[in-house]
Design a protein around this ligand. Structure first.
Ligand code: ZN
Length: 478
């Protein structure tokens, strides 16, 4: 009896083993099939699109590189074919879109890089392609339609003048990049002939896309984070500060811009007028570990979620036990903190969008030479970087900047603007500052978030705010 039971138990055991192995292999097989199907559907194109894949460059032997278009159909890049068959890439808007559209000689950058594969494939009418095959004629490559708004980009470009710096505009609810500008810029058509000069000019680094790769001190735009942390730790908007224009702690003196004494003020007024004295004091009261977490939740020290290539990470390194002088500096956006304009635009967009970040993207869709859709593109949701409640608190503070503070030049009958100015010191000379504006504006269901930095231009309200004004006026006049 015992014997039989033992045999039976053994048999059951091996049956179970057999089942585990069978199901294991079956599971593996299904997983492989699924991966294969996924790769065929989505992965293969990305794999082929890899700039290191030599196959792609061979496509240009059979296909005329397609166009790059703005969202409203303006041609930003096209290939001209002369009678002898030689091809040249031309850029009708020249410098205006230089960094956004990029270049396709001496390497690739911008949309010329990100959309490379799509423009070297052709989904022309099948019969046309068949005839081309017989007559040894090249097919017309597909066009990449970007999210860029030609009107607003041009408005930003004109208002910016000859400063160095960058402008980014994003549609908050989708992540569509409407403006992407960096100066100094270059003439894309002559990039090959100017290549050596452009690369040897390390002083102005013309080829650097400052919008996505420029790391700047955030200046007072960082008070957005300081204010939020202060409120989250039990601070009130009605808390009062007394500003005499300067504040000294541990032998270090913080100055308000132009040493202006702001007098008695509450947190909202201090934010609206960008009072450094109030914010360095608020900073000293913070739990630095919590402040650090807040910064990291808002994407500091993180990879920026976007499909754009070559985007730099922002950095924030303040932590518990750091010198109070560094705490005060960090709270007003000086210290060691560095941000990209793209990141600041994403923060503004998230505040407008109830805390949710949509991943910024610039390729809207791919169409064939007849304008028929080949491949759509959609923004991905990254998730919340601040809560809905916090986004609402910040909108109130940022609205006060426009109604009662340094952004008053953005008051308009046509739209409602919100923001934060900044004058970021970058040398020991207190009068040399980068001019910042970070904010958004809305009218009915249209909205746009922007980040603007002008290197060495002066205060945020004197230079970056007028650029924002030009952009908002253009965007909401359409
Ligand atoms: Zn002050």
């Amino acid at each position: 009896m015992t014997m039989t039971r033992r045999v039976q138990a053994k048999k059951e055991n091996s049956n179970t083993e057999f089942a585990v192995i069978t199901y294991g292999f079956l599971g593996l097989f299904i997983a492989m099939c699924l991966y294969f199907a996924y790769f065929i559907t989505f992965g293969a194109e990305d794999f082929i699109n890899n700039p290191y894949n030599a196959r792609v460059s061979q496509f240009s032997e059979n296909v005329i590189r397609g166009d790059i278009l703005s969202s409203d159909g303006e041609v930003l890049a096209t290939t001209q074919v002369s009678s002898d068959g030689s091809e040249s890439r031309v850029y009708p808007y020249g410098r205006v879109f230089a960094h956004a559209v990029g270049y396709n000689s001496n390497g690739k950058a911008g949309v010329e890089l990100d959309g490379n594969f799509n423009m070297l494939r052709s989904h022309s009418f099948a019969l046309t392609r068949l005839i081309n095959d017989f007559t040894d004629t090249k097919d017309q490559g597909d066009s990449v339609v970007t999210t860029l708004d030609a009107g607003m980009q041009q408005a930003a470009y004109n208002a910016f003048g000859n400063y160095r710096g960058a402008v980014v505009a994003i549609e908050p609810s989708t992540g569509r990049i409407l403006t992407l500008m960096s100066k100094p810029d270059f003439e894309p058509v002559s990039i090959a002939s100017n290549w050596e000069a452009l690369n040897s000019d390390s002083d102005s680094s013309v080829l650097l896309n400052r919008a996505t790769q420029g790391l700047y001190p955030p200046g007072s735009t960082f008070k957005i984070l300081t204010a939020l942390e202060y409120l989250n730790e039990g601070g009130k908007k009605s808390d009062t500060f007394d500003c005499q224009g300067t504040y000294t702690e541990n032998g270090f003196t913080i100055h308000c811009y132009g040493n202006t004494a702001h007098g008695q003020e509450d947190l909202t007024q201090a934010f609206a007028k960008s009072c450094n004295v109030a914010f360095s004091q608020a900073g000293l009261s913070l739990d630095l570990n919590k402040y650090h977490n807040l910064a990291e939740n808002m994407l500091f020290n993180r990879d920026i979620p976007t499909k754009l290539s070559n985007v730099k990470k922002s950095s924030f390194d303040l932590k518990k036990g750091d010198d109070p002088v560094l705490v005060m500096q960090t709270a007003i956006g000086q210290g060691n903190t560095l941000v990209t304009p793209l990141h600041m635009a994403m923060i503004a967009a998230a505040i407008d969008n109830d805390g949710i970040v949509m991943e910024p993207y610039i390729i809207d869709k791919v169409v064939n030479d007849n304008g028929d859709l080949v491949r759509p593109n959609f923004g991905d949701t990254y998730g919340a970087i601040v809560s809905t409640e916090d986004a609402k608190k910040l909108r109130k503070l940022m609205r006060a900047v426009v109604t009662d503070g340094t952004g008053s030049a953005l008051l308009s009958e046509n739209y409602k603007a919100y923001g934060k100015t900044g004058s970021a010191e970058y040398t020991s000379d207190k009068n040399a500052t980068h001019s910042w504006f970070v904010g958004f504006a809305k009218k009915e269901d249209r909205e746009v978030a922007v980040a603007i930095i002008m290197e060495g231009a002066g205060s945020g309200s004197s230079h970056a705010v007028p650029v924002a004004r030009a952009m908002f006026d253009n965007y909401f006049s359409e």
